[in-house]
Design a protein around this ligand. Structure first.
Ligand SMILES: Cc1cc2nc3c(=O)[nH]c(=O)nc-3n(C[C@H](O)[C@H](O)[C@H](O)COP(=O)(O)OP(=O)(O)OC[C@H]3O[C@@H](n4cnc5c(N)ncnc54)[C@H](O)[C@@H]3O)c2cc1C
Ligand SMILES: *[C@@H]1O[C@H](CO)[C@@H](O)[C@H](O)[C@H]1NC(C)=O
Ligand SMILES: *[C@@H]1O[C@H](CO)[C@@H](O)[C@H](O)[C@H]1NC(C)=O
Ligand SMILES: *[C@@H]1O[C@H](CO)[C@@H](O)[C@H](O)[C@H]1NC(C)=O
Ligand SMILES: *[C@@H]1O[C@H](CO)[C@@H](O)[C@H](O)[C@H]1NC(C)=O
Ligand SMILES: *[C@@H]1O[C@H](CO)[C@@H](O)[C@H](O)[C@H]1NC(C)=O
Ligand SMILES: *[C@@H]1O[C@H](CO)[C@@H](O)[C@H](O)[C@H]1NC(C)=O
Ligand SMILES: *[C@@H]1O[C@H](CO)[C@@H](O)[C@H](O)[C@H]1NC(C)=O
Length: 721
């Protein structure tokens, strides 16, 4: 049996080498601050400044992620003075950040990486079974795997976040899928706020979306056409040029029972023409001028629009094109960072600033201050520390020194906390808003006992089924993932002379299609599984994962990923680990059996078992157009349902953490927010980010977070007296 075992050594850019015999699983050692390329930004960025001294704003938004950035921009567009504070910088034009295929490398760039070490289980015996668990070695490097160097300290499971303007919308996989109708209707039900109903949230989608992919019959009635968020699909010729990608896609389609005859015929026609023209076609891509038939045949099978507004949208099994947050034309990542940039830099004809939006970068918000003289505490100002890399999730931060220039900035109307699922509860607790016992334990003066803060956290469990092929994926053959000075794939992508599919593999997120389906244990027939694949080796997150996933010299990997939508496990917590705002909090997920009833955990695990078996059947149905595949992760001795289930318990990870400062009903003592995002019991304080969801939404969260921001804008403006 083959297992993948390797040691990624001290330069992250250096190719990894095989670890010793007997090593089973991930075995990766990497410096805390890896050596990386130093390519210049491709475009302008906002300057790094602290908040202006002594300036007062109507609104302060803390955290410029998927929630905070659009909200800050919208309030400024509505004529108000707004300060947006973010702990990181503006790296919207870092090559890895803006290139759709390079989201994984972007998530480990030193400039923007916030690596949290989380706990899947409080039970350490169970936690230690995870083959990708990370430790800090005595000499300060990160080790992930089972051959732990002596004297190392266990850190936990690496969880990538983005510290910088745009938040995780700057490094995510760009998949832009709306939550389900039930997700929204549920929030409408518990809050009594009809604006949350799916049909009304759809109206916000129409405001923010700029749909840039062709729709059946050109019917844009379910979409926005002139919003700030470009939404596109991968240029369809990109996958069609690579026979091996096509064979993987066909394997999945066949396994799911789709007829692929016309697709296979189109491929045969194209290869005939090509080999007659060229002769030996080994390791060559089909030229674009012979792939139109393949593109058309794919078009007949693939669902065009998973964001359509039809009654079957959340239940019908589809193999789909993925709407992605990127702009057609340049195929650059589209995100709220661009909106903030545009609003903050817009000028009047006389050159003066058009909108009252200031953006303070490298400014770590440490505390919200309150006026406690009235009936209710009122949020009035924010304390911050100015300096680069102050937060200890940033690999460049000092683990021992406390630097940073302190300051305070005031808001006359409201403060909105949008630090994301881990940071929002931390900021609230450091400010004295949270469970009384926890605050007292740390001697934090209690402003308001709000027991729900940092509870109810949920995540979407994910596993992969990985196989290696006997030949390479041609599509990525030339790519060095910016690990070399001259990455032909990047030049091809960035060149203005190339259009659409001519831009090649970097103009896509690398995921040629996604499967939305329903397991046998799902409630109400709604999708509870998503499967997508890419040509990479991705067994989950650990420091260095992105350099292992895709390397200049291994081009024969494929990973099918299985994501479990929805769960009843809401046992996750975010608790303070110290009162130092630079320290990361303690993050516990209590996965599966540790966080929910046996019955509920069985259902979540069984759905993932079904998903893994589906992925394995995809490989089984591959008719090799070019080389065979062998499953290597999980290893082939993980076979029965029981073995797969144990694998899931041991290995499943997440990256959609949500719900840690949740909206809830008036009579729910654990509710942190009301339906207008107001922190209950406090004036002038709201939370707008993924932590606000009461239940984890849909298959992908980021669009849902941006829609929360759009609704919050209306709620905030409606409250102006
Ligand atoms: C690798 C990866 C891939 C993903 N892929 C997808 C995908 O394809 N589709 C999808 O829908 N979702 C995806 N996600 C998830 C999605 O991007 C996040 O759920 C979403 O961005 C969360 O938005 P947010 O506003 O809650 O927080 P974030 O986007 O994390 O933003 C938080 C912001 O707050 C700032 N901040 C935090 N604390 C402070 C502080 N104390 N002071 C100042 N600033 C602070 C941070 O710098 C950051 O800008 C992915 C996530 C990851 C990690
Ligand atoms: C800001 O306010 C403080 C205290 O009121 C004052 O000492 C300082 O000079 C002010 N700074 C500026 C730049 O106006
Ligand atoms: C902890 O996990 C181990 C390994 O899964 C298990 O055998 C043990 O029973 C667990 N302990 C408790 C207290 O649940
Ligand atoms: C919302 O409430 C209505 C009326 O009680 C009910 O029919 C519906 O199923 C609920 N929807 C959700 C998603 O909770
Ligand atoms: C859709 O619009 C495009 C561009 O405007 C046009 O070329 C195309 O023919 C239209 N398709 C249909 C089906 O109407
Ligand atoms: C495709 O383009 C190549 C090179 O430009 C040319 O040689 C070939 O004849 C074209 N093939 C078809 C089928 O148009
Ligand atoms: C690799 O790059 C070379 C030179 O840029 C190009 O001619 C060739 O077609 C590329 N091959 C693939 C498979 O992309
Ligand atoms: C696959 O590509 C690598 C270079 O990335 C090359 O070394 C190897 O020989 C290729 N393998 C096959 C089977 O073509």
């Amino acid at each position: 049996m083959k297992s993948f075992s390797y040691l990624a050594l001290i330069s992250a850019l250096a190719p990894f080498t095989e670890a010793g015999a007997g090593a089973n699983g991930i075995d990766v050692l990497i410096p805390r601050v890896p050596q990386q390329n130093t390519f210049p930004l491709t475009g302008p960025s906002l300057p790094v400044t602290p908040p202006s001294p002594n300036k007062t704003y109507e609104y302060i938004v803390v955290g410029g992620g998927a929630g905070g950035s659009p909200l800050a921009a919208d309030l400024a567009l509505a004529g108000h003075s707004v300060l947006l504070i973010d702990a990181g910088g503006d790296y919207g034009h870092l090559r890895e950040v803006e290139t759709p295929a390079l989201g994984n490398p972007a998530s480990e760039r030193n400039e923007v990486s916030w690596g949290f070490f989380t706990h899947h289980y409080a039970n350490e015996t169970q936690a230690l079974r995870d083959r990708k668990l990370t430790w800090m070695t005595p000499d300060g490097n990160y080790y992930s795997g089972q051959n732990v160097p002596e004297g190392s300290t266990m850190l936990g499971n690496f969880y990538p976040r983005y510290g910088g303007l745009g938040g995780c919308s700057e490094h995510n996989a760009l998949v832009g899928v709306l939550p389900t109708e039930n997700d929204w209707d549920y929030i409408a039900n518990i809050t009594g706020d009809v604006k949350f109903q799916a049909e009304n949230m759809r109206e916000y989608w129409k405001q923010i979306e700029k749909v840039m992919y062709p729709l059946p019959n050109n019917d844009t009635s379910a979409h926005g056409t002139d919003g700030w968020l470009g939404v596109s699909i991968n240029p369809q010729g990109i996958a069609a040029q690579d026979l091996k990608i096509l064979s993987v896609m066909i394997g999945a389609m066949e396994a799911l029972g789709y007829s692929t005859e016309s697709l296979s015929n189109a491929i045969a026609d194209a290869t005939d023409v090509f080999s007659q023209e060229v002769g030996d076609t080994a390791e060559m891509l089909l030229p674009l001028n012979v792939t139109q038939g393949i593109v058309d045949a794919l078009g007949d099978i693939l669902e065009w629009d998973v964001n359509r507004d039809t009654p079957d949208r959340d239940t019908k099994q589809v193999v789909a094109r993925l709407p992605m947050t990127m702009t057609t034309g340049d195929y650059r990542r589209a995100s709220p960072r661009d909106l903030v940039y545009d609003v903050a830099t817009a000028t009047n004809p006389d050159g003066s600033k058009k909108y009252k939006l200031d953006v303070a970068l490298h400014s770590l918000a440490t505390k919200v201050n309150f006026d406690t003289t009235g009936d209710k505490p009122k949020a009035i100002s924010v304390d911050y520390l100015f300096g680069e890399s102050l937060y200890r999730a940033d690999p460049r931060s000092s683990l021992t020194e406390d630097t940073g220039i302190p300051g305070t900035v005031s808001a006359t109307r409201e403060i909105i906390v949008s630090g994301g699922t881990f940071n929002t509860p931390q900021i609230l607790k450091l400010s004295g808003v949270g469970p009384k016992e926890e605050l007292e334990k740390w001697d934090i003066p209690v402003v308001l006992d709000l027991p729900g803060v940092g509870t109810n956290m949920q995540d979407r469990l994910e596993v992969g089924v990985h196989a290696d092929a006997t030949s390479n994926f041609t599509r990525i053959l030339n790519c060095t993932y910016l690990g070399t000075e001259d990455d032909p794939c990047w030049s091809q992508y960035f060149s203005e002379d190339n259009h659409d599919s001519e831009k090649g593999t970097y103009a896509s997120n690398g995921v040629p299609m996604g499967i939305f389906t329903t397991s046998s244990v799902a409630q109400g027939g709604e999708h509870d599984l998503w499967l997508g694949g890419f040509s990479a080796l991705f067994p989950g997150f650990f420091p260095g994962y992105s350099t292992v996933a895709a390397t200049p010299d291994a081009k024969n990997h494929w990973s099918w990923l299985i994501l479990k939508a929805h769960t009843t496990n809401n046992a996750g917590t975010v608790q303070l680990a110290s009162t130092n705002p630079r320290d990361t909090p303690r993050i516990d997920f209590h996965n599966l059996y540790e966080g929910q009833t046996t019955e509920a955990a069985d259902a979540d695990a069984m759905a993932l078992v079904e998903g893994m078996k589906l992925a394995m059947s995809f490989y089984d149905h591959i008719t090799p157009l070019d080389g065979e595949f062998e499953r290597i992760w999980p290893p082939q001795d993980v076979q029965t349902d029981e073995e797969l289930k144990q694998w899931i318990i041991d290995e499943a990870w997440g990256h959609h953490a949500s719900c840690s400062a949740a909206i809830g009903a008036d009579d729910n003592p654990m509710a942190v927010l009301d339906g207008q995002f107001r922190v209950r019991g406090i004036d002038g304080l709201r939370v707008v980010d993924a932590s606000a969801f009461p239940k984890i939404v849909g298959t992908f969260p980021v669009v849902g977070v941006m829609l929360l921001a759009a609704k919050a804008r209306d709620d905030i403006l409606a409250d102006i007296k």
